[in-house]
Design a binder for this molecule. Structure first.
Ligand SMILES: NC(=O)c1ccc[n+]([C@@H]2O[C@H](COP(=O)([O-])OP(=O)(O)OC[C@H]3O[C@@H](n4cnc5c(N)ncnc54)[C@H](OP(=O)(O)O)[C@@H]3O)[C@@H](O)[C@H]2O)c1
Length: 281
């Protein structure tokens, strides 16, 4: 049976809809930081493949807690990859656009050199290397993950747009929003194609947080003109963010994997889901 970690997160939730018969241990049952031996825990579950959706994703908090980020995003990933290689079963894990410095203007492909500028990005890069040391691993880099099922940037924007007269959103960071449901389906296609190694998988098109917020708010039937652009300097955060982190794939075509849809096509489903679940109000 396929084992999916991170069942309560955005991507784990998307897999639950797509693969209802997979095994979804809760964090309580399988905590990467307290599991005495990840290998022993996995042996008990006897998976036929592992899709690792669990991660330390609190980008700002990681600045003061890099050790925990490393444990979850790197050490545990390496142990799962080693277990899967020993068993001869597929291991899929996820990484991020934040492994890049983001000072370029051309999309990053799988072979682009990495240079993370924050603790989260460093921990994810370590996890990539530990996973890629094993032959049955597939590391999928994705970016700006959103969903209609869990709290996220879009949910926050909808909530604030419904209650505030004005809202300033960063307009000088560019990337590719990726809808968790599209990514989960794309992951299954990549597994069916037997992909291993590193793969970039995002929705198509690029945008800024400002444009994404405006589009989502308009999709929700709210007044998008309430949203004004601001700069990263106007909105300082503990962790630095790459200014430009558009991911492109140089491998999808050769693997025969359909690209994910443009982000604008998938966004209305996200907005609809958030409104229906009361996550935007
Ligand atoms: N979110 C983004 O914008 C983004 C962008 C690029 C790449 N990614 C990558 O995409 C993947 C999926 O992200 P996501 O947005 O779905 O993440 P998420 O919503 O933050 O979910 C993270 C999951 O990991 C679990 N988890 C946290 N600490 C754990 C631990 N010590 N042991 C076991 N499980 C633990 C969480 O459980 P609890 O809910 O119980 O804490 C939750 O189920 C991650 O690898 C992430 O790094 C995300």
């Amino acid at each position: 049976m396929i084992l999916v970690t991170g069942e309560s997160g955005q991507l784990g939730t998307a897999f639950k809809e797509l693969l209802p018969d997979a095994l979804y241990p809760t964090q309580e049952a399988f905590d990467f930081t307290t599991a005495e031996s990840i290998e022993a825990a996995l042996g008990d579950m006897a998976p036929t493949a592992i899709i690792n959706c669990a991660a330390y994703t609190a980008v700002d908090a990681a600045e003061d807690d890099e050790a925990t980020a490393n444990l979850i995003n790197a050490v545990a990933v390496g142990e799962m990859a080693e277990f899967c290689a020993t068993q001869g079963i597929p291991f899929v894990t996820y990484s991020t656009d934040y492994v890049f410095a983001g000072n370029g203007t051309e999309p990053y492909v799988e072979s682009s050199p990495t240079d993370p500028i924050n603790a989260y990005g460093r921990s994810k890069r370590k996890g990539e290397l530990l996973a890629l040391a094993h032959p049955t691993s597939l590391v999928i880099r994705t970016s700006w993950l959103i969903s209609g099922t869990n709290p996220n940037f879009v949910a926050t924007m909808l909530r604030l747009a419904a209650t505030r007269d004005e809202l300033a959103v960063v307009a000088d960071q560019r990337g590719r929003p990726t809808v968790a449901a599209d990514l989960a389906l794309g992951t299954l296609h990549a597994m069916e194609a037997g992909a291993t190694g590193l793969l970039h998988l995002t929705n198509q098109g690029s945008t800024t947080w400002f444009e994404l917020a405006r589009t989502a708010v308009a999709d929700a039937g709210l007044d998008e003109t309430k949203i004004a652009p601001c700069s990263t300097a106007d909105y300082p955060t503990p962790a630095a963010r790459p200014a430009y982190s558009v991911l492109e794939s140089e491998r999808l075509e050769e693997l025969g994997i359909e690209p994910l849809p443009p982000w604008q096509e998938s966004l209305p489903g996200v907005v609809e889901g958030l409104l229906a679940r009361g996550l935007a109000g």
